[in-house]
Design a binder for this molecule. Structure first.
Ligand SMILES: [Mn+2]
Length: 433
């Protein structure tokens, strides 16, 4: 019996750009090939969508793909039982065709009482959603139990996993599915996982984890831990250029074996770092063009789509040069019919920029969470432009994060009212007549 594991499709990512169709093409290929290869169950460890409230256009394209298992799939699996799952949430439609079992990822997570898009898919009968619960199937080879914990904030992950405390079902094949950073497997340098591999509960036959966007394999308590990675290139990091995109096919035979299936639809991706030492703007432009020409001569895997090229510029500019003189848009335009070029110049320092770099380094060294770091940067920038503190930026931000838009709006109105009042008083004094 075969099970496909397709993760982090991030449907709708890069919407409005030349890459807006990519996430759909890659998800479609993954689902179609999983079904062609005979998947009788499809597991999705989170981040089906790129946003918690996808736009209607994204929904329409997504539903064409996510209904394929129902339309084309065949399966001998039968629903046997669930644990801690509200029976009202289960849809009988979800057990026709090839059943899909999913957890939601951090991109889909919403406040507890609000419906997230994976739950909406469950309501349509397109999948079964798990969060701290278990679904058990009868298969011709015996019972199969899927235990799932959807994404929770990283700082609570270890505690929430321990509180849930999933226990393998006796006599069944048990699979645990998560969407977190685990040990050394982290999504970004700003994120600190609380779950280490050794913290994962004992006794499962297979561990699956979404969230990490490059595919990787590890071992936990003597069993496999698989990270399928994302089907779409979302981060444009070096690792995404080196590790292929795809999904897993798991075969339950006498034992458990698995194979990584590489997708054909992702764009070719070249990632290059270029180092400069006191370079002038004309030389910089020339060097970048030569590098792009060189990369365009590399062998192609997918010639149906323009390749992605990300150049990361490092080092320093010449004394008389400023970073704003370097105009990457000209280069991007020049190659627009041959490649999608992205140029990062954030690490290319110009004289006088050292102070800012120092500030960023300091913030980084303090290991603040990403939103704290953003807030510090915003506050520093506001100070620089002489902002008069009419709005309490931090308070507004906190209200918005907690979905308290009404209160935030109220605060804005209060400030505006005050400003208008002051203005009116000023006017009265101006016009003695
Ligand atoms: Mn993701």
């Amino acid at each position: 019996m075969k099970i496909a594991v397709i993760s982090d499709t991030h449907l709708g990512t890069k919407w409005g750009s030349k890459r807006e169709q990519d996430s759909f093409d890659q998800a479609r290929e993954a689902f179609e090939r999983a079904l062609e290869l005979g998947a009788e169950l499809i597991l999705v460890p989170g981040d089906v969508f790129d946003t918690r409230i996808p736009r209607q256009e994204v929904w329409a394209r997504a539903l064409r793909i996510l209904s394929l298992p129902l339309e084309r799939g065949r399966s001998e699996l039968k629903l046997s039982d669930t644990i801690d799952k509200n029976p009202d949430d289960l849809s009988p439609i979800a057990f026709r065709g090839t059943p899909v079992v999913a957890i939601h990822g951090n991109h889909e997570r919403r406040t507890r009482w609000l419906v997230n898009p994976v739950e909406a898919l469950e309501a349509a009968g397109l999948l079964t959603h798990l969060h701290h619960n278990v679904i058990i199937f009868d298969t011709p080879r015996g019972k199969l139990a899927i235990h799932g914990m959807s994404n929770v904030p990283e700082r609570h992950a270890k505690n929430l996993l321990a509180t849930w405390n999933p226990k393998p079902i006796g006599g069944a094949l048990n699979i645990l599915m998560l969407h977190q950073s685990l040990g050394q497997y982290v999504f970004s340098a700003e994120e600190f996982p609380t779950i280490n591999l050794a913290d994962l509960p004992l006794g499962f036959d297979l561990y699956l984890c979404g969230h990490i966007h490059y595919h990787a394999e590890a071992s936990v308590h003597g069993k496999a831990l698989l990270f399928p990675g994302s089907t779409e290139r979302t981060q444009l990091l070096q690792v995404e250029a080196q590790v292929p995109k795809g999904f897993y096919m798991i075969e339950l035979g006498d034992g458990l074996s698995y194979e990584f299936i590489e997708l054909d639809t992702p764009r070719d991706f070249h990632y290059e770092e270029m180092n400069f030492d006191r370079v002038g703007i004309p030389q910089l432009n020339a060097a970048i063009k030569v590098k792009i020409q060189e990369l365009l001569k590399m062998p192609r895997r997918n010639s149906r789509k323009l390749p992605l090229i990300r150049l990361r510029l490092k080092g320093s500019l010449a004394k008389e040069a400023s970073r704003s003189e370097f105009d990457e848009t000209g280069i991007i335009q020049e190659f627009a019919d041959r490649a999608l070029v992205a140029i990062s110049k954030g690490e290319l320092t110009a004289p006088g920029l050292e102070e800012k770099v120092h500030l960023l380094r300091e913030l980084r060294a303090r290991r603040l969470p990403i939103d704290e770091m953003t807030m510090s940067l915003l506050e520093t920038s506001l100070r620089e432009v002489g902002y008069d503190q009419a709005f309490n930026v931090r308070m507004l931000y906190d209200l918005l994060v907690e979905d308290r838009q009404e209160e935030a709006l109220q605060k804005v109105f209060e400030v505006v009212d005050n400003l208008v009042e002051v203005e009116l008083k000023g006017k009265k004094h101006d016009n003695p007549g």
